[in-house]
Design a protein around this ligand. Structure first.
Ligand code: SAM
Length: 287
C-alpha cells in the first residue's frame, strides 16, 4: 500500500498552535534527514515495539513509522500535541498508538509486549528522572536511543577519573552498554535550546540487578558522589553512617583515602553487593 501523504510538520505546528513551551522542554526536530539518522542509531527495529516519549508535532514519530517497527506507541503530556498525534494516527493506521499522559507516572513495559525499545528526543527538564526510572527496570527494554542535552550525555558515557564521571555514569554503565551516537548543535531544533544535544544508545546488559540491589546502588552512589571532593571515608560516613562506611571499605578492600570519581563501575558493584548483603555473582533478572 502506498504510504499516505502527510502534511508538512510546519503546517501541523501551525494548525495545532504548537508554539514551543519551555516548561515542557519543547524543542522540535523538523529535518527528515536528521530524524532518519536518529532512527538509524536505534539499529534494527523489525518486529520491535517502539515507545516514543514526547512526540510533539511528530517528526521522530514519522521517521519511526517509516522503519519496520511492529508498532510505535507515543506518550505525550501536551494536549495540543496529543491532538496532532491522533490526526497522524488516523492517517498512519493501527501501528501507531497514542497515549496521553505524563511519562514520569507511566509503567512503560505495561504498554507493549517485548521486544521493546524506547526512542525519544527527551524533554530535558525531566530526562534524568525518566532515565533512572527506566534503568531500574532495564531488563524490560532491548535498547534505548535517547536525546539528552550534551552535558548529560557526556556524564552517561564518562569514564572514571574524568570531570563528567559521577552517579549517572555508574548507574547507566552498571546496567547498560552506553555509547554516544551523534551530537547536534542548537540550530538543529525549533526553537534552538541554549545547549548542544547528543543521542546516546543504552543497551541493557543481559544480567540485571534486582530492585533491592539497584536501590542500594542508588544510595551508595548518592553518598559517594554527594561530596565528590572528599575521600571516600568521609563521603560515605555522611551518607551511610561512620561504622557501616568503615566496615564496607574494609570488607571490599577499597582504600578509604580514594575519591569516588576514581572508582570503577566494577568497584561500585562490589561495594553495592557487600552493602546489600549479596553474595558475589548473584543478581540477576534475565530479559
Ligand atoms: N519528539 C519531538 C521532536 O523531536 O521534535 C518533540 C521533542 S521535545 C524535546 C519533548 C516533548 O516531550 C514535547 O513534545 C513535550 O510536550 C513532551 N513532554 C514533556 N514532558 C513530558 C512528560 N512528562 N511526559 C510526556 N511527554 C512530555
Amino acid at each position: 500500500m502506498t504510504p499516505p501523504t502527510l502534511p508538512p510538520l510546519s503546517e501541523v505546528i501551525a494548525r495545532h498552535e504548537l508554539t514551543a513551551r519551555r516548561s515542557l522542554g519543547q524543542h522540535f526536530l523538523l529535518d527528515p534527514g536528521l530524524l532518519a539518522r536518529i532512527v538509524r542509531a536505534a539499529g534494527a527495529l523489525e518486529g520491535r515495539h517502539v515507545i516514543e516519549i514526547g512526540p510533539g508535532p511528530g517528526g521522530l514519530t514519522r521517521a519511526l513509522l517509516e522503519s519496520s517497527a511492529a508498532s510505535v506507541s507515543v506518550v505525550e503530556i501536551d494536549r495540543r500535541a496529543v491532538a496532532a498525534m491522533q490526526e497522524l494516527a488516523a492517517l498512519a493506521g493501527p501501528r501507531l498508538h497514542v497515549i496521553a499522559g505524563d511519562a514520569l507516572r507511566l509503567d512503560l513495559p505495561a504498554l507493549v509486549p517485548p521486544p521493546r525499545q524506547i526512542v525519544a528526543n527527551l524533554p530535558y527538564n525531566v530526562a534524568t528522572p525518566l532515565l533512572i526510572a527506566w534503568l531500574r527496570q532495564a531488563a524490560a527494554f532491548e535498547r534505548m536511543t535517547l536525546m539528552f542535552q550534551q552535558e548529560v550525555a557526556e556524564r552517561l558515557a564518562a569514564a572514571p577519573d574524568s570531570e563528567a564521571y559521577g552517579r549517572l555514569s555508574v548507574l547507566a554503565q552498571w546496567t547498560c552498554a552506553v555509547a554516544l551516537e551523534l551530537r547536534l548543535p542548537p540550530s538543529a531544533f525549533t526553537p534552538p535550546p541554549k545547549v548542544f544535544s547528543a543521542v546516546v544508545s543504552l543497551l541493557p546488559h543481559a544480567a540485571q540487578p534486582e530492585p533491592a540491589l539497584f536501590a542500594t546502588m542508588e544510595r551508595l552512589t548518592a553518598a559517594a558522589f554527594g561530596q565528590r571532593r572528599k575521600m571516600l571515608r568521609a563521603a560515605l560516613r555522611g551518607g551511610l553512617g561512620a561504622e557501616p562506611a568503615a566496615r564496607l571499605l574494609a570488607a571490599t578492600g577499597i582504600d578509604p583515602t580514594r575519591r569516588a570519581e576514581t572508582l570503577s563501575v566494577a568497584e561500585f558493584d562490589r561495594m553495592a553487593r557487600e552493602l546489600a548483603g549479596y553474595a558475589a555473582g548473584t543478581c540477576i533478572s534475565p530479559r
